[in-house]
Design a protein around this ligand. Structure first.
Ligand code: FNR
Length: 177
């Protein structure tokens, strides 16, 4: 069982990266987890670049290969200006033609310091995952309001209800594959 975890934040002290690490740590023994940390390496998506395989950037091939080999994918995104960060959307756009997420079990989380829980970004992410043909189980959808109050500085989830939600989400992802 191989799980790929993607944080939509490039920030060094990202709450979303802490959440994705905490969620991935709840996967059953024997699961290998790869935290994808190369969102920043991807060029801006263009259909012209996508069409020409000879000039397809190595970073794109790396992302596609990683997703193709994954049994399940975990995404946790912040909300910027009511949407998902451009760098995450850019990565997802690169997977349209490759079909890397088609039929793939994916869990979708949004985390925000606000009470909204990043609901706009979550809805946007789910819409894009639908376009990509990903399989998102109902229990694999989660918004996390006031995330800062639920994490210790080292990234430990201190909120018991959130920990339970993350357990349920990872379980749903494992049984969806
Ligand atoms: C934000 N933030 C934010 N939060 C939110 O819930 N809805 C929003 O629309 C926005 N918009 C927004 C725009 C910009 C430019 C910034 C820098 C921030 C706040 C955001 O949720 C917060 O910075 C999180 O901590 C970002 O996630 P990471 O980096 O901690 O994972």
């Amino acid at each position: 069982m191989h799980l790929v975890a993607i944080s939509g934040s490039l920030r060094a002290n990202s709450t979303n990266t802490k959440i994705i690490r905490a969620a991935a740590a709840l996967a059953p023994a024997g699961t290998t987890v790869t935290l994808y940390e190369r969102l920043d390496d991807l060029p801006h998506f263009s259909p012209d670049r996508d069409r020409d395989e000879k000039t397809a950037p190595a970073s794109v091939a790396h992302l596609r290969d990683l997703l193709q080999a994954a049994d399940a994918v975990l995404i946790c995104t912040p909300e910027y200006a009511f949407g998902i960060p451009g760098s995450l959307k850019n990565a997802l756009d690169w997977t349209v033609s490759s079909g890397s997420l088609n039929e793939k079990p994916v869990a979708a989380i949004a985390a925000s310091p606000l009470y909204s829980g990043g609901a706009n970004a979550h809805a946007a992410l789910l819409l894009t995952l639908t376009a990509l043909g990903a399989r998102v189980p109902d229990a694999g959808k989660l918004t996390i309001p006031t995330v800062n109050a639920k994490l210790s500085p080292d990234g430990t989830v201190t909120d018991p209800a959130l920990l339970q939600d993350l357990r349920g989400l990872v379980d749903a992802l494992m049984t969806a594959r």
